[in-house]
Ligand binder design. Structure first.
Ligand SMILES: NC(=O)c1ccc[n+]([C@@H]2O[C@H](COP(=O)([O-])OP(=O)(O)OC[C@H]3O[C@@H](n4cnc5c(N)ncnc54)[C@H](OP(=O)(O)O)[C@@H]3O)[C@@H](O)[C@H]2O)c1
Length: 224
C-alpha cells in the first residue's frame, strides 16, 4: 500500500488525509485576539478558490460559515464562484428567511450548527423548551429529535453535538414532523428569537461585530 500523502498546512500541521471533502472558511471564535492585518473575506475566498482549482481533486468542495446574504453576494460577485455550503446557526429561534431564500436561489447547501441551542452565554436552550417537549411527547420522540427534524425539513444538513453516547445514538434516529407541527414550531421560534453564538457576548468578549445585530452595536471592529 502506498504511503498516505497528507495535506500539510502552512503552519506545519499535517491533516492526516490526502483530500478534504469540504473546506469551509469561518471566523475563528476560539481566539479573542483579533488579527487586524488578516485579509478580508473577498481576498480569503479568492485564495480558497485558487487552491481549490489548483488542487486537482484534493479539495472536493469549498464553502463558508457564518456568512450573511451580503457576504455571500460580495464573494460571488468578486469571483463568480458560489460556495457549495454555507454553515449557519439554525434552530426555531433563528430563522434566517432571507439568507435561506438567497442560498436556495444560488444553489448553496445549508448546514445547521447549534440546532439544539448551546449554553455558551447561559441563555435557555431550545432543547429544554417545554413547548417543544409537548410536541415531542405527542409524537413519542424527544426534543432533540424534534429540533433535528425541524432543520432537516428545510433541506439543510445538521450537525448536533453531544458527548453523551446515548444522545449521539438517539440524535441519529430520524423522525418526521407533520406540517402542523412545523408551523407551530416556526411560530414558537419567531416569538422567542435567539442567537446563541455571538462572539461579542462571550466571556471573554471578542470585540467584533460578526452578524450585524443590535447586540453587537458597541463592538469596535466589524467582520466585513
Ligand atoms: N461554524 C461555527 O461558527 C460554529 C459555531 C458553533 C458550533 N459549531 C459546531 O456545531 C456543532 C454543534 O453546535 P453546538 O455544540 O453549539 O450546539 P448543539 O449541538 O445544538 O447543542 C449541544 C448541546 O446540546 C446537548 N445535547 C446534545 N444532544 C442532546 C439531546 N439529545 N438531548 C438534550 N441535550 C442534548 C449537548 O450536551 P452533551 O454534549 O452534554 O450531551 C450540548 O450541551 C459543533 O460540532 C460545533 O463545532 C459551529
Amino acid at each position: 500500500m502506498s504511503e498516505l500523502q497528507t495535506i500539510t498546512l502552512n503552519n506545519g500541521v499535517q491533516l492526516g488525509t490526502d483530500h478534504l471533502d469540504l473546506w469551509l472558511i469561518t471566523a475563528d471564535k476560539s481566539q479573542t485576539v483579533i488579527d487586524k492585518e488578516a485579509p478580508g473575506i473577498i481576498e480569503t475566498w479568492q485564495a480558497v478558490v485558487k487552491l481549490y482549482k489548483a488542487g486537482k481533486g484534493k479539495i472536493r468542495a469549498i464553502g463558508v460559515s457564518n456568512f450573511a446574504k451580503k457576504h455571500l453576494e460580495m464573494i460571488i460577485e468578486a469571483t463568480g464562484v458560489v460556495p457549495a455550503v454555507c454553515q449557519i446557526e439554525a434552530h426555531p429561534g433563528l430563522q434566517q428567511v432571507e439568507l435561506e431564500a438567497y442560498g436556495k436561489e444560488q444553489g448553496i447547501h445549508f448546514a445547521a450548527y447549534s440546532p439544539l441551542g448551546n449554553n455558551i452565554t447561559g441563555r435557555p436552550r431550545i432543547v429544554d423548551s417545554q413547548q417543544v417537549k409537548q410536541i415531542a411527547d405527542e409524537i413519542g420522540a424527544d426534543t432533540a429529535q424534534v429540533l433535528i427534524a425541524w432543520v432537516l425539513e428545510k433541506g439543510f444538513s445538521v450537525i448536533p453535538k453531544s458527548v453523551t453516547p446515548s444522545r449521539i445514538e438517539s440524535n441519529f434516529q430520524e423522525i418526521k414532523l407533520s406540517k402542523q407541527h412545523v408551523d407551530t414550531i416556526n411560530e414558537l421560534g419567531k416569538k422567542n428569537p435567539v442567537r446563541y453564538n455571538t462572539p461579542f457576548l462571550y466571556s471573554p468578549q471578542w470585540d467584533i461585530d460578526v452578524f450585524d445585530t443590535p447586540e453587537e452595536r458597541d463592538a469596535s471592529l466589524k467582520v466585513w
